[in-house]
Ligand binder design. Structure first.
Ligand SMILES: *Cc1c(COP(=O)(O)O)cnc(C)c1O
Length: 427
């Protein structure tokens, strides 16, 4: 450990480069500590974390009550497999289902696994309940989606980097444009073998694309009319991130008085991950009511680690933090402040075209082409100025800090961001 503690940034980067597969292109910063909205590098420099591990660390780094739940459980019982019951799973399952308003939950570990699970449930439901002839079920997905990295999931991605040379792919998916209810209606009308519509309430990885007002409600109504399951992938948007407990915000227990607009929809199948554990442990979940979830029978689906005692204890603690600390409300309020502050600057900016998002899931669009390295260079400069963010799709920078941020901290960050962007203004 002594050696690890003394590692220099360059040594750490070199080791990863030499011994690790090159499946990521990280910003050059080597982190060794986190606390709340801050992370520190190996040399002791402090940064605001404006990525939050892709919206996993909503509750802030190393939240004391989540860490306590994890360490206590780790010293008591870690894994039993589901061959036996454990005393943590039931209480967590009761809490998570009541919190989000569903009859049942199926616990998994990663987001991709939860998406896979939802697809399997939807297919099985379509054969056994809806009555689609076997092996004919189709699932509608959206262009520019991101749902994870398994072979089936990349089968319906249209990102060439994620797909190329990983075929043959899984069939049974129909891709339509995002935020296009006419296309959805058309597809539902012309196909009698549709099991489900899988959608992100906001497309996060694609660059924080917020659909037009009412799109999700319209999509849900169309699905209902055609007896098709509406599956919301809220792995990134869920758990207070967008200023609502869920971005779809159906019949949830969200008590956010400022919650803007009318609640949109209640998904038939809800997929959660990332912040479900506050970023301390891989925990994901699929929620649905009995009429759907009961197609799952013993042996038909599973995971050795899914629903393990640590995961259950950690997720329960992580959700209680969201509730106790009013993170939904805080994300809503600070998100409005963030976009208002940036919009004032953007009016006269030659380098930033726009800011978009909901709650504390936001992105700025840099005025340069997708292949330019401007956004990357801005992120390097933000790092030098004490704030970590990462470009997505070349010219978009996502801003998603932990939701435990204070207003003073947010204004400090706005100051860093604007000061940095000013260095890149075209003269
Ligand atoms: C991150 C993400 C996933 C995949 O989660 P992993 O834990 O990385 O497998 C799925 N869907 C969405 C919307 C995500 O943002």
């Amino acid at each position: 450990m002594a050696i690890l503690n003394k590692i220099t940034p360059q040594e750490a980067i070199n080791l990863e480069h030499k011994y690790g597969a090159h499946n990521y292109h990280p910003l050059p910063v080597v982190l060794s500590k986190g606390d709340g909205v801050f992370v520190w590098d190996v040399e002791g420099n402090r940064y605001y974390d404006f990525l939050s591990a892709y919206s996993s660390v909503n509750q802030g780094h190393c939240h004391p009550s989540i860490v306590k739940a994890m360490t206590e459980q780790a010293q008591t019982l870690t894994l039993t497999s589901r061959a036996f019951h454990n005393d943590q799973l039931g209480p967590y399952e009761e809490f998570v289902t009541k919190y989000f308003g569903f009859d049942k939950v199926l616990p998994m570990n990663t987001g991709a696994e939860a998406v896979e699970t939802a697809l399997k449930i939807a297919r099985k439901w379509s054969y056994e309940v809806k009555g689609i002839p076997e092996n004919e079920a189709q699932i509608i997905v959206c262009e520019n989606n991101f749902h994870g990295r398994t072979t089936t999931i990349i089968s319906f991605s249209n990102d060439p980097v994620a797909r190329d040379n990983f075929g043959p792919f899984t069939s049974g998916f129909i891709k339509i444009p995002y935020d296009d209810s006419a296309a959805l209606e058309e597809t539902l009308k012309n196909n009698s073998t549709i099991a489900a519509f899988l959608v992100e309430p906001i497309q996060g990885e694609a660059g924080v694309y917020v659909p037009s007002e009412g799109y999700l409600a319209k999509a849900k109504a169309l699905c209902e009319a055609h007896n098709v399951l509406f599956i919301a992938d809220e792995v990134q948007t869920g758990i207070a991130r967008t200023g609502r407990l869920l971005a779809t915000c159906g019949n949830c227990s969200c008590e956010n008085k400022d919650c803007s607009g009318t609640p949109e929809v209640k998904p038939d199948v809800l997929i959660l991950g990332k912040a479900l554990s506050g970023g301390v442990y891989p925990v994901s979940a699929v929620l649905a009511n009995d009429s759907i979830m009961n197609v799952i029978t013993p042996g038909s689906h599973g995971s050795t680690f899914g629903g393990n005692p640590i995961a259950a204890a950690v997720a329960l603690a992580a959700l209680k933090v969201v509730q106790d600390e009013d993170l939904t409300e805080n994300a809503y309020r600070l998100g409005n402040l963030f976009r208002a502050s940036l919009n004032t600057y953007i009016e006269a900016s030659t380098i930033v075209k726009s800011v978009r998002g909901k709650g504390l899931l936001n992105a700025i669009l840099i005025d340069d082409h997708e292949e330019s390295d401007t956004a990357w260079n801005i992120c390097l400069k933000l790092r030098d100025n004490g704030l970590l963010a990462k470009p997505t799709h070349g010219n978009i920078i996502r801003f998603a800090p932990p939701l435990v941020m204070s207003e003073a901290q947010l204004l400090d960050c706005v100051d860093i961001i604007i000061r940095t962007l000013k260095d890149f203004e075209k003269s």
